[in-house]
Design a protein around this ligand. Sequence first.
Ligand code: GLC
Length: 759
Amino acid sequence: MNMAHSFGHFDDAAREYVVTEPLPPQPWINYLGNTRLSAFISQQAGGLAWHIEPQQRRLTRYHWLPAPQDRPGFYVYVRDRSTGELWNPHFAPTCQPLDHYECRHGLGYTQFIGERGGIRVSVRYFIPPGDDVMVWDVTVENTGSVVQSLTLASYVEFGILEFMREMFWCYLKNHIGFTYDRSENWIKYDYHAFEAPFTPAIFMSCTRPVDGFECSREAFCGRGGSLERPGLALGGSELPGGGHGCGTLGVNLELTPAGRERFAYIIGVADNWEKAKTVKGKFTDSEAVDRSFADLEKYWGRKTRVFQVDSGNPDFDRMVNTWAPLNCQITLERTRDLSTDHIGVDGMRFRDTMQDALAVANFDPDFARDRIRLILASQSCDGSGNFAFYPYAPKLKVNLEPLRCDNTVWPIMTIANLVNETGDLTFFEERIPFRDGGDATVYEHVRLGLELIWKRRGPHGLPTLFDADWNDGLAVFRDPGAESVMLGMQLVYAAKLFRDYADRMERTADVAWCDRVAGELTGILNSDAVWDGQWYRRLLLSNGQYVGTAARPEGQIYLEPQAWAVMSGVGDFEQRGLTAMDAVRERLNTSRGLMICAPPYTGIPTPADPLVGNAPGTGENGSIFCHANTWAVIAECLLGRGDRAGEYFRKLLPSVAAEEVGQEHWGREPYVFTSTVIGPAQGKDFGRAGISWLTGTASWAYIAATQYILGIRLTLEGLQMCPCLPSDWHDVNVVRRFRGQEYTINLGGRQVLMKRNPL
Ligand code: GLC
């Protein structure tokens, strides 16, 4: 492991991560967006933009698979007209060495500062909250002692909006057109594909008059050229009949020493050209750019001000205060569809998106509520959820398979957190359609979903597995009739939560039903079929065997049922929850976090069989599965063991992990959560990060930190303080904005002091 090499650091005062070397092991990206227009951008300005939905409204191209990785993107080229030399302030794609390079990823923006030969170029990219434009705010300064004659040129590659159709049939490129319109000073991308669900107006413009342009990728590169060494003739090519379009607008500058120029490139999208003109008209000068950037700062300020902590632990504090809200918001926007690991075809997921809305419900309840509406509208009137759905892509159908048995256990958790945040129970009464006809209240959607799980019980009385429960990896057992211990515990948890609202709404039959479900399941879950002696088993297979038992050579113990035993109260029986979490510590703990199961499988179902899933130590087969680790943090808090909770949470912090194993080894962004960390079974790769950004870890980690370690829980009546701090944390201060009040809370020592001020 390379402990020394650093590719960047946090600037906590600015709430930025500063990448100081352009080539970390993988692209380190940030997301820009306003929930309609979105983009991701890496530390070398690689990335892509899309409008609302990335399968049918993808604006620009990005290639996941060919090397070099992370191409193309949102490029600014700088040409020294006296020498012809060409470079980029964000390093790629020319990869010319820079005298100074920095990339600052912040809340909703990314700024580059690149210097070479006495020229300093800053480009700040952002998408303001109110307008569907991506702004490239460019400042050029002459820091040397001679006059500089420069040309700056933008490059962005426009793909066909319907991404999958472009993959199938390249000739569709004759259904698009790219022209430069001098009177508007913009490149127009006309999209008129046959049977397209959307035909928006897309443009690239510049806040100052341009001295040259290209609309054709081929003309930009020159015959045989490439983005690394483009001809960049700026010869004014257009593609009215289609082709591989690009957005290149060239600006000539003459800069005397200390001279400075500022202008902006704008990519915009609107329903039609009239509206596009209006949007473009708002961005004519730097003052307009500054105003919209100030709006962006306010937008993020509102979200992050809801919860601010000063615990004296910078890694914990910066995550809770800044990076987790960003990570949670982006994960809810994007669910699992677009990142450097996701190519953009996955849509929204019933259970994943519902969990992603959990944390956002605290700092942006309106957005969380909108997403919950979308998810519930994809539910069927028999109560069942689905694997994936595409509310904004009319041509795409709901995916029912693979069939996850846990889909509908999650809504009550997120909705409870939402209504406790707002204090407004009326959301339960709102009517939401089913995807297959009819409608029902939110309350009924939730109840139907829980009843369905209850109906689908197996011979022992626990919910059946179908393809898998939360743990996708269980699909390797190919036993739809197996019974899930985890889902049984989750149903207990959900029934107890739901009961409280049913009671308040005077639905006595439902209250009785919840009591029955929780009571019966708790009994079954503590029976000999489930309790293995030191921990809870994972699956009861239909052939009478168990998964997650000391009697098997592999997969003896799983993390999830031990944590959910505590969370659901099932493990209160004979303090089994405590015993089980001790077994977790003894058998699953590593220097990097808790493995999801151990020992990992070398064959399925026995070592003699071939392995048909994740390699040992990866994914659901014995990696440190961060999402499930957050539940262990919660469980330890509920058991009152703050030191363990603190230790497990600290291991989840990407800044800590990257520091301890070295940024090179960790590989991924040190400022956002990852789904997994490679487990010890992979030898030298132990401790490498898995998928970053889009993971259920983000939402649950936020809840674990704010509501369990710091213990500022929500009830309909108001805030409730149940901190469970590590013993070496003293004098922890929190500012919590809640229902129009600002609470200043001191969690120092043994007592909690709270001051309340109206906002
Ligand atoms: C991934 C999936 C999620 C699943 C989890 C555990 O995070 O997106 O749906 O629950 O893995 O298998």
